[in-house]
Design a protein around this ligand. Structure first.
Ligand code: SAM
Length: 275
């Protein structure tokens, strides 16, 4: 089982076949695989080398402001990530604050194109800033030409019935503004993991429902607390996750009820996380 990407699958070198089998078995058994800590670019490269052909890449990096720190080469970092993700996946979601990701539209790597500018809107940001209170994050939906979308996944049973009967005159999709509260204060206590930038699962599952068919794979190389894995399970997909920080690899694995795996014959792992 290796996903149903529109990209033809590259062959996997013989010395990597054991690693590929391990990833496939874990996904078959658990729906997700959490790789031991890796740099994001290495995770994307590894997915390509293993010939795993994910349908989607979820890119939710630190935002180059606030607690995650500011790097002058952030644009170049995003350029590399987008090129790596576009090389392996049909669809790419890139998260960030609007003023930061907007600049990326001018420099999308071929063959990625903008499908939609999505906004996650939340009303409950407890900001102390004197001025406009931030109430949104942006997610760029990018894809290769011809990549499949599933607006039908959002139809009600009555609409599906009408569609089957050929009586649905237009196909409504979800709106490009997704409203869900920030996981903060009393909100979402049961879902919270302690990760400072954790996204609500409801937001990620909407994104994945639009692009994943049953059993399709999403890769998230900066998975934080593993929201992508949780959301993939909810929509019947599979997920390959990693993060460069051993703390979050451990948290994501615990949340999803699996153990992090370091793959045989693959260099670059930062060793097994403590735990
Ligand atoms: C915004 S958070 C992701 C939150 C996640 N979507 C969730 O809901 O829990 C960004 C994550 O990227 C990770 N990260 C930052 N730079 C990275 C890099 N170069 N390679 C891999 N992971 C990285 C951080 O450790 C952090 O956990």
């Amino acid at each position: 089982m290796a996903g149903r990407s529109i990209l033809s699958q590259p062959a996997c070198r013989p010395e990597l076949q054991a690693a590929r089998a391990m990833v496939e078995e874990a996904m078959e058994r658990d729906g997700v695989v959490v790789l031991s800590p890796l740099e994001a670019s290495r995770t994307l490269g590894l997915v390509a080398e293993l010939g795993l052909a994910p349908t989607c890449a979820m890119l939710d990096p630190w935002y180059n402001k606030g607690a995650g720190g500011v790097r002058p080469d952030y644009r170049e970092f995003l350029d590399g990530l987008l090129a790596g993700a576009g090389a392996v996946a049909d669809h790419v979601y890139l998260w960030g604050f609007p003023e930061i990701v907007a600049g990326q539209l001018e420099r999308l790597p071929a063959p990625l194109q903008l499908v939609s500018w999505l906004t996650w809107y939340y009303k409950n940001n407890p900001s102390v800033i004197r001025g406009w209170r931030s109430a949104q994050m942006t997610c760029l939906h990018l894809s290769r030409p011809g990549a499949r979308l599933y607006p039908e996944h959002f139809l009600t049973p009555a609409q599906l019935e009408k569609k089957r009967a050929g009586k649905l005159r237009y196909l409504p999709g979800p709106p490009s503004v997704l409203e869900a509260p920030l996981l903060v204060g009393f909100v979402g206590r049961a879902e919270r993991t302690g990760h400072p930038s954790q996204k609500p699962c409801q937001v990620f599952s909407t994104l994945l429902r639009m692009v994943l068919g049953e059993g399709d794979i999403v890769v998230d190389p900066m998975c934080g607390s593993g929201t992508t894995g949780q959301a993939a399970r909810e929509v019947g997909g599979k997920a390959i996750l990693s993060d460069h920080d051993p703390r979050w690899v451990e948290v994501a694995a615990r949340r999803l009820g699996v153990r992090p795996v370091a793959l045989p014959g693959v260099p670059g792992f930062r060793g097994r996380p403590a735990g």
